[in-house]
Design a protein around this ligand. Structure first.
Ligand SMILES: Cc1cc2nc3c(=O)[nH]c(=O)nc-3n(C[C@H](O)[C@H](O)[C@H](O)COP(=O)(O)O)c2cc1C
Length: 356
């Protein structure tokens, strides 16, 4: 099965990349990805001076990560003189160099990083107001494609994308972490991590629907714009969903923080099987298939397959209208059932059909 993607003259062996963050913050960490199955590499955001990060700075639960990391804690000289030259020697895949945060920083940084980057990615997380000067500065300092990273809390994100394209950006990365949020330690009566009065940033599977929304709507408004999706990916199915919503490549970080970095290889290994299950011929096939923005089919009362039903009773327990009951089989009271779809979406044995 062909997993490769062509984008702006480069070939990525598969669409999955690590997202900027702690897993790509050092030579050692980047070399790990060079040896493993991701389609390309992305660096931690490099700025002029190393960040001073208050610790602790990362906590996670099953479905989300909270963090207060900033950009790389290493000064840019370390990246330019040591990490990137050493990485470049054995580099086997495209490299996206992430940079931030002001036009002045980028005027100095980008010429030094330019020999190592295939694409640049610009984090705008802390600097929305100066967006146009920032994008103009980087686009005039490099001949490489520039991707601008969108933060999901920006309301006018289509206006943001128009501005960055008008200023010369080649594409966007959607999205950065969501927030600010708060995470509380009950025993200590304090925030668990937090900066600037308790703020932290949220990422991981919990933010996937927001990221999908941004990718889908940017694709609708900008049919030919290169889009790198990011936010909440944790499985091969997620990668395919993001590509169907309009992404050209897909990044992941938090799910690998929650489950370990072996998840990248697992996802890439599963991609062919999941493509086959959903009748796609290749990754490019997904990319060129259009997504329906309207709900297709369904809307009936639930129909229960007695063969597949394992009598677990979950649908009965969760039905908001108490329309289901477990007798010898699950019985649907059609007078009460409001055809919402919750039971079908939660059935562990896929015994319910007709609503979705
Ligand atoms: C601990 C941590 C550090 C991060 N550092 C950066 C960074 O330096 N630059 C950046 O652009 N995004 C950074 N991000 C955001 C991620 O690259 C990504 O956009 C976000 O986490 C959503 O993707 P995910 O749900 O797969 O993690 C960081 C996220 C986390 C959790």
């Amino acid at each position: 099965m062909d997993l490769s993607i062509r984008l702006l003259g480069l070939t990525f062996d598969n669409p999955l990349l690590p997202a900027s963050g702690p897993l790509v913050d050092s030579l050692d960490n980047l070399l790990y990805f060079n040896e493993h199955d991701v389609g390309g590499l992305v660096t931690k955001t490099i700025s002029l001076d190393g960040a001073q990060v208050a610790k602790p700075c990362i906590v996670a639960s099953r479905h989300m990560v909270h963090n207060t990391e900033l950009w790389s804690e290493l000064p840019h000289e370390m990246w330019v003189e040591n990490i990137l030259p050493n990485l470049k020697q054995d580099l086997r895949k495209p490299l996206i160099v992430s940079v931030g945060y002001t036009a002045e920083d980028l005027n100095i940084l980008v010429p030094k990083l330019n020999p190592y980057a295939d694409f640049f990615e610009v984090s705008t997380h802390y600097n929305r107001d100066a967006l146009k000067s920032l994008v103009t500065a980087i686009c005039s300092s490099t001949d490489k494609p520039v991707f601008i990273k969108l933060s999901p809390h920006i309301d006018d994100y289509l206006g943001f994308v128009k501005d960055v394209v008008d200023c010369g950006a080649s594409g966007v990365v959607a999205v950065n972490s969501l927030g600010p949020g708060v995470v509380i330690n009950l025993e200590k009566r304090s925030v668990t991590i937090g900066i600037d009065g308790g703020k932290s940033w949220v990422s991981g599977p919990a933010i996937k629907p927001v990221a999908l929304n941004r990718v889908m709507n940017i694709r609708k408004s900008f049919p030919d714009l290169p889009i790198i999706a990011c936010g909440g990916v944790e499985s091969a199915k997620d990668v395919i969903e993001f590509m169907l919503a309009g992404a050209d490549l897909v990044q992941m970080l938090s799910a690998a923080l929650i489950n370990g970095r072996g998840l990248y290889d697992e996802i890439v290994e599963h991609l062919p099987k999941v493509l086959e299950t959903y009748h796609f011929e290749s990754m490019e096939d997904v990319r060129h298939t259009s997504l329906s923005y309207e709900v297709v089919g369904g809307g009936d009362h639930p129909s229960i397959s007695d063969d597949a039903c394992v009598h677990c009773g979950l649908c009965v327990k969760i039905c908001p209208e108490r329309a289901l009951s477990l007798q010898k089989t699950v019985i649907v009271n059609k007078m009460k059932c409001m055809r919402c779809g919750l039971c079908e979406s939660r059935c562990p044995s896929k015994a319910i059909s007709g609503v979705l």
